[in-house]
Design a protein around this ligand. Structure first.
Ligand code: NAD
Length: 289
């Protein structure tokens, strides 16, 4: 059976936003030294402060001893440059959902990390095969797709592109399991598993809204209370962030050669254009002021 990465393996996380911070928290809690890098000045330090506050809260609730919380917090380091990630055994990328930007980052990374380092992308929808095409060694790249919020959501999709080596996927699978997650293997088809299945959840709700069938709050309440979903489609999109969710919608639509069933909504475009990105910007379908 393939072994998980040893806890002495340094894990680097690139992107200290909603997902990167959550993934860094999970890896640090599991015992790894975690280097967190973001190209927004101060973002990594701010994210680490937030994660430490989470660990302290967990300790206050008795979910973790105070010593364990402090030790987990101390395993987090803010990196300033890509070169600081030289000793990583695993790099998890959680930056903007854009193929060219991700390809450029991984290309630069290849020049920094060792040959043995596993490269993983937390992309929600971009083809792992396509990201890997820019690399000298695409065999070591796989998707490691956490769900939001990463510390709480159990599922992790381990996504193999055409070139991904089986050993890389199985090591990531074992590592996610060792981190307390419930991993599943997926091939790199558009949207992988969950984001593919979830597309109609958002798209049909947006169509009902456009047709004046019901308002957001009613639709959300129906899905939650009658449908048994934990969140309705509009509150879920607000939580994900419209920039992220719209990018995923566009990427799945394009991947299926502009199939009408995946057509992005003009409302999503408007929200992104207005900067109404959901919870993180204080306004989306709902107001969070
Ligand atoms: P976010 O906007 O909250 O964070 C992205 C971070 O990456 C920002 O802090 C930004 O400054 C940083 N960044 C951008 N380009 C960079 C670069 N070249 N180098 C270093 N840092 C860079 O986004 P997020 O919601 O955390 O999403 C990140 C990734 O995770 C995306 O690929 C997204 O599709 C995926 N994802 C998002 C969710 C979700 O619900 N938000 C869920 C699963 C996967």
């Amino acid at each position: 059976m393939t072994q998980a990465l040893a806890t002495h393996t340094v894990v680097a996380v690139i992107g200290a936003g909603a997902m990167g911070a959550g993934i860094a928290q999970v890896a640090a809690a599991a015992g790894h030294t975690v280097k967190l890098l973001d190209n927004r000045p101060g973002a990594a330090v701010q994210a680490i402060d937030g994660i430490c506050a989470q660990f302290e809260k967990m300790a206050a609730k008795g979910k973790l001893s105070l010593e364990a919380a402090q030790a987990a917090g101390a395993r987090l380091q803010a990196a300033e440059h890509l070169a600081d990630l030289f000793d990583a055994g695993l790099v998890v990328e959680a930056i903007v959902e854009n193929l060219q930007v991700k390809q450029a980052l991984f290309k630069d990374l290849e020049a920094v990390v060792s040959e043995a380092c596993i490269l993983a992308s937390n992309t929600s929808s971009i083809s792992i095969t396509a990201i890997g095409a820019a690399l000298k060694n695409p065999q070591r790249l796989a998707g490691l797709h956490f769900f939001n919020p990463a510390p709480l959501m159990a599922l992790v999709e381990v996504v193999s592109g055409l070139a991904t080596e089986l050993a890389v996927a199985t090591t990531l699978f074992a590592t996610a399991a060792a981190w307390g997650k419930t991993p599943v293997h997926a091939k790199s088809t558009p949207g992988f598993i969950v984001n593919r299945v979830a597309r109609p959840y958002y798209a049909e709700a947006l169509r009902v809204l456009h047709e004046g069938g019901a308002d957001c709050a009613t639709l959300d309440a129906c899905c939650r209370e009658a449908g048994g979903f934990r969140m309705g489609p509009f509150e879920l999109m607000d939580m994900i962030g419209h920039d992220v969710n719209f990018a995923v919608t566009q990427s799945v639509w394009r991947a299926f050669f502009n199939a009408p069933r995946f057509l992005p909504s003009l409302t999503q475009q408007d929200l992104v254009d207005a900067g109404f990105l959901g919870k993180k910007s204080g306004r989306g379908f709902y107001s969070y002021q």
